[in-house]
Design a protein around this ligand. Structure first.
Ligand SMILES: [Fe+2]
Ligand SMILES: [Fe+2]
Length: 295
């Protein structure tokens, strides 16, 4: 129901990143229970109503182990099925393309980039592969950018959202730029003038947003562990806290990204279903008076 200037969002995307699963439920770095942390996140994700897709922007596994991909599928697929949404899997630098193709996507094992185009009823969602086999930094090579250009040559009714692992944004964390997405200028050139409306990424393990080539770019933190960026620069480290996912809302003229914490507490009772029903029944003037006027 529209109460303000913007019509309701056309599409809603749940954006998760950096699950870093290890086979057999081994703790990451001996410290982080990545499967349990993802499970807790998925419990919250499943409560989201009206989602159109679930996007996971890479570092799906920590070492590219076949069993880790199967275990990841076992955690995510049932949730996506109950939500009735497709899962868009994006490759990250910790992933291995052959195992990801075979054990997660049930295809043929190969080192070819893992690219995908999803049609969310008019909204095009393109998964890019910014990984470089054997390395942790990112790059979109000429062949992939040519493929992207050809794909974007035909606009989609609701525009396009790109998902890739390495964000095309600077990071203020020391040394993180060693592992950045290279050739960002060529990427910007490839999407200039296209219908790309937002870019979703991961890799940093902290939430961040910026603008790349005029396009809003949203980085989701990690489900496994997050970087404590409140610490002095040279002591920034991972912590088993602060895990969040993002809710991306695609409006007619805007794309927003809302950070949702996994941690929750018992909610207050002020905004009840009865409260909403009462406001919905009011005239716009009465509603403004009741909800906006200071008393
Ligand atoms: Fe990661
Ligand atoms: Fe990464």
């Amino acid at each position: 129901m529209q109460m303000g200037q913007h019509a309701p969002a056309r599409r809603t995307i749940v954006h998760i990143s950096d699950t870093h699963l290890l086979a057999g439920g081994r703790p990451l770095g001996g410290a982080y229970d990545t499967a349990a942390n993802l499970g807790r996140m998925l419990e919250r994700v499943e409560r989201i109503e009206g989602a159109d897709a679930l996007v996971i922007t890479g570092d799906l596994t920590d070492l590219g182990e076949p069993d880790a991909y199967r275990e990841l599928r076992g955690l995510v697929d049932p949730v996506a099925r109950r939500m009735g949404v497709p899962v868009v899997w994006v490759a990250g630098n910790h992933d291995e393309r052959p195992a990801m193709r075979r054990d997660l996507l049930r295809g043929e094992a190969s080192e070819d980039p893992i690219l995908a185009v999803h049609d969310l009823d008019g909204l095009r969602l393109i998964a890019l592969d910014s990984t470089v086999p054997g390395w942790h930094h990112g790059e979109l090579d000429d062949a992939q950018l040519a493929w992207l250009r050809a794909e974007l040559a035909t606009p989609a009714p609701l525009g396009t959202i790109l998902a890739l692992h390495h964000p095309p944004l600077p990071s203020h964390v020391p040394m993180f730029d060693v592992l950045e997405l290279r050739n960002q200028a060529a990427f910007a050139e490839a999407i200039r003038g296209s219908d790309v409306r937002a870019i979703l990424a991961g890799h940093l393990h902290y939430s961040m947003s910026g603008v790349f080539a005029g396009i809003p770019t949203h980085v989701a933190a990690a489900s496994c562990y997050t970087m404590d960026v409140a610490r002095p620069p040279r002591t920034i480290n991972g912590m088993d806290a602060g895990q969040t996912f993002h809710l991306v809302h695609v409006y007619d003229d805007q794309v927003t990204s809302t950070v949702v914490p996994v941690e929750a507490a018992d909610p207050a009772s002020f905004f009840s279903p009865e409260w909403y029903a009462r406001l919905e029944e009011m005239t716009p003037e009465a509603r403004l008076d009741y909800f906006s006027r200071k008393r």
